[in-house]
Design a protein around this ligand. Structure first.
Ligand SMILES: Cc1ncc(COP(=O)(O)O)c(C=O)c1O
Length: 376
């Protein structure tokens, strides 16, 4: 089957002659974003009227994030990074000695180590081991007990590309106290993210969501909001204006979601870029994009296996994502030699990651496989 890109590479900056397979690191930039920057510049110079326009764009971005994740927009805050979202739970829950957090031993550092200060307080961090690079939902659930406060995972693994079954995890946690916290950085924009099944879902937006650094949407469930305290305060998340006027008293209430997680202004230019990118993703449709990425992942895996490479991404379709990974002793060398041939991917820590998104097609997969065979 020949797969054509869902969006032509010509709509992106700098893709002429390039096989771009590293969206898992950094996605290419939509040419349409140049207009957004010009628009931001006009609003930025137009005083309060311009500011109102920028804020209106922020609310539209929130709406679109709600649509993308299937949740109410008022439950989505615009945080600065995915790391900040996960840390909100670490800081905001009323932890007690003997509590624990369950995660995996293949996790991205921001998920694995958000809890590091809590160890001083006697909170245990349980890192469930992978089995031959696959993390089993059953193993994760078996590690959860009555003292587990949070099960923290990436929806899609940065290392293997495995897409975890969040419905299975949410089901297994039903009736238990643990919150389900998800980093959807490698999922959001390429596979469907069922944020409503989770207590917290956060994603950076400079990868699969085609935007840039400085904004990470974060969904927080009503249950998680009730169990947590805000730990960072500012003019934006405190209910002081117009109540208090200019003179301060020591008391100030925290606003509910979404402002609760926004103590100051989000990076509004980044929010406007995200808003523009979401328009594109929603227009094409997440189911189509997900199928496209999984079809390409199957082609990448099949080609690698024909070459005798060891693929560590899951073979079953629902476990696939935009990332398909294979073992390589000299992973960095593979990345560098492919880059010399204008094929961009990421190789480090003993494996190479091939990321396929909506501007990729079978032609990119074939070119990658051909160049890989030549450099080997
Ligand atoms: C799973 C995961 N989460 C988060 C990030 C980084 O996000 P941020 O810089 O917004 O914290 C990355 C970047 O590679 C990632 O792979």
């Amino acid at each position: 089957m020949r797969i054509e890109p869902l969006l032509p590479p010509s709509e992106f900056v700098g893709l002429d002659g390039i096989t771009h397979l590293c969206t898992g690191g950094e996605s290419p930039w939509l040419k349409a974003q140049e207009e957004v920057y010009a628009e931001f510049a006009r609003h930025k110079s137009a005083g309060y009227a311009g500011r109102a326009e920028v804020y209106a764009r922020g609310e539209r971005c929130r709406e679109r994030m709600g649509q993308l994740w299937g949740v109410l927009p008022e439950r989505v805050a615009l945080m600065p990074s995915a790391a900040e979202g996960m840390s909100y739970l670490a800081r905001g829950l009323d932890w007690r000695t003997g509590d624990n957090v369950v995660t995996t031993n293949l996790e991205f550092p921001s998920v694995a180590y958000a809890w590091r200060l809590l160890r001083r307080q006697g909170v245990e961090v349980r890192m469930v081991p992978h089995r031959d690079w696959i993390v089993s939902e059953e193993d994760l659930l078996s590690a959860v007990d009555e003292r587990t406060r949070v099960l923290a995972v990436s929806h899609v693994s940065f290392y293997t590309g495995q897409c975890l079954d969040l419905a299975r995890l949410a089901d297994g946690l039903r009736g238990k106290g643990a919150l389900l916290a998800v980093d959807a950085t490698h999922a959001s924009g390429v596979v469907r993210v069922p944020a409503a099944l989770t207590d917290l879902t956060v994603s950076s937006s400079y990868k699969w969501m085609l935007a840039t650094h400085g904004v990470a949407p974060c969904y927080l469930s009503a249950r998680a909001e009730a169990q947590t305290e805000a730990t960072c305060f500012g003019w934006h998340n405190l209910d002081i204006w117009p109540k208090q006027g200019a003179e301060r008293t020591p008391d100030a209430d925290v606003k509910p979601m979404p402002q609760r997680l926004e103590p100051g202004n989000p990076s509004m230019v980044s929010v406007m870029f995200l808003d523009r990118a979401l328009e594109v993703l929603l227009r094409i449709g997440m189911e189509r994009i997900e199928n496209h990425a999984r079809d390409l992942s199957e082609q990448v895996s099949a080609g690698l296996e024909r070459m005798g490479r060891t693929v560590i991404s899951p073979e079953f379709r629902a476990g696939r994502s935009g990332n398909t990974c294979f073992l390589a002793d000299d992973a960095r060398g593979v990345q560098d030699r492919l880059a010399e041939r204008k094929v961009l991917c990421w190789g480090e820590y003993g494996r190479v990651r091939i990321s396929t998104h909506l501007y990729n097609g079978t032609e990119d997969v074939e070119r990658f496989l051909k160049e890989l065979a030549e450099i080997a």
